[in-house]
Design a protein around this ligand. Structure first.
Ligand code: C2E
Ligand code: CA
Ligand code: CA
Ligand code: CA
Length: 382
């Protein structure tokens, strides 16, 4: 990162000066080494008092806070230090490094500059995290996931034409867990691939049921993680095969992707997105407006829907800037051949404003919260 922003020669020289300044903060027997990127590790031997550790940490901060002059550039550096102690906090080098990392990130979280010690709350958070990761491995084989469905309405007719599938984890002892808690963990551990497969199949089965009992054009929109577009991710041929077995075409499913994914130009991503298109599966951009996507990508990948993020919708009023923004997004989306879904519609006024602005579809608590499949069926029949 340093080399990307400053160029190699400045970057390398800066890291060398940092390293020299660090050396001057410690004793001859202590170790200073670069861990990679902009991270350094300092090992202090036989320092037992917290006050002594703090004194050294403070002198590291002070020395790095003085400006660097490198090749006529004035460079300022901010310093985040995580501290862990052997043998109090951990017994192995690996665990000590993990602890120090935890403490450093906790420090960054609390405002950046300075140092923080690894403590019991961090240990507790890590234990819980590891336990959740272990439990997560059992969740697919143990049938612990369920999909809830939130209706998506055609704003002109007021009819429910689609549903978004939202995953829940029915944990054997902790009850229903929200995706906000476990999706990121599943991404870090790679399990999101398996979970994503399960979501697709479950949603497809449900689409077959509602196409039969409610409307032959009914669609279910599923959330997908960027990891599912890497090489070992979605196998679209096998998806098509599965849909065929259920008597469905690609039309039954919409996949929601993030803006960030479109910016990834890897060939695996491109290939998968094109392949989805060929299979007739529609593609929606989720949380539109919160990322950095460029409108040109919408055309390039022939995106079908933009889902305007709920943060724009929640403050809508006739004279707010957000309504102007929504209008602009809708006009542009239509020019590029995309339909627009507004998310997080909670009030009648918002729905009316969006409809007047030409928005095609709406989703939100105003119409319904996400429901179990059986409750959703009741809603469709009411
Ligand atoms: P999302 O895709 O943006 O989903 C919309 C979230 O907003 C859902 O939260 C939904 O319950 C909530 N919501 C819907 N209407 C309203 C409203 O009117 N007001 C407010 N305040 N909130 C509303 P949920 O179900 O907790 O899902 C959170 C996120 O987890 C989702 O955000 C999505 O990014 C992720 N997620 C859910 N299911 C899956 C999945 O199967 N796979 C993956 N990869 N991610 C998923
Ligand atoms: Ca979504
Ligand atoms: Ca969203
Ligand atoms: Ca289109």
């Amino acid at each position: 990162e340093i080399n990307d922003t400053l160029g190699h020669s400045i970057g390398d020289e800066l890291l060398k000066s940092v390293s020299e300044r660090l050396r001057r903060c410690v004793r001859i027997n202590d170790t200073v080494s670069r861990l990679g990127g902009d991270e350094f590790i300092i090992i202090l031997k036989e320092v037992h008092k917290k006050a002594d550790i703090e004194r050294i940490a403070q002198s590291v901060c002070d020395t790095l806070n003085k400006e660097f002059m490198i090749q006529d550039h004035q460079i300022t550096v901010s310093t985040s230090i995580g501290i862990t102690q052997f043998p109090k906090d951990a017994a192995t080098a690996d665990d000590l490094l993990i602890n120090a990392d935890q403490a450093m990130y906790a420090g960054k979280h609390n405002g950046g500059d300075g140092y923080s010690f690894f403590d019991d709350s961090m240990r507790q958070a890590m234990i819980e995290r590891n336990q959740t990761l272990r439990d997560l491995k059992l969740a697919v084989p143990g049938n612990q996931f369920e999909l809830h469905y939130q209706p998506i309405l055609d704003l002109d007719s007021g009819k429910i034409t689609k549903a978004e599938a939202l995953i829940r984890w029915r944990h054997p002892t902790r009850g229903l867990i929200s995706p906000e808690i476990f999706i990121q963990l599943a991404e870090e551990s790679g399990q999101i691939i398996e979970i994503g497969e399960w979501v697709f199949r479950e949603a497809a089965k449900q689409a077959a049921i509602w196409q039969q009992s409610y409307s032959p054009t009914f669609q279910i929109s599923i959330n997908t993680s960027p990891l599912q577009y890497r090489d070992n991710g979605i196998d679209i041929n096998s998806w098509c095969h599965y849909l065929e077995q259920l008597g469905l075409t690609g039309q039954a499913i919409i996949v929601e992707i993030t803006e960030g994914l479109l910016m990834e130009s890897s060939s695996a991503v491109k290939e998968k997105l094109w392949h989805l298109r060929d299979a007739g599966i529609e593609v929606a951009i989720d949380d539109f407006g919160t990322g950095y996507s460029s409108l040109s990508y919408l055309r390039k990948f022939d995106i079908d829907y933009l889902k305007i993020d709920q943060s724009f919708v929640s403050n809508l009023s006739a004279d707010s800037e957000d309504i102007a923004l929504c209008e602009a997004i809708i006009v542009m989306a239509h020019k590029l051949g995309c339909d627009v879904v507004a998310e997080g519609v909670e009030e009648k006024d918002q729905s009316q404003l969006l409809k007047n602005a030409g928005c095609d579809f709406g989703q939100g608590y105003l119409f319904s919260k996400p429901l179990s499949a059986s409750d959703f069926t009741l809603l469709l029949n009411s």
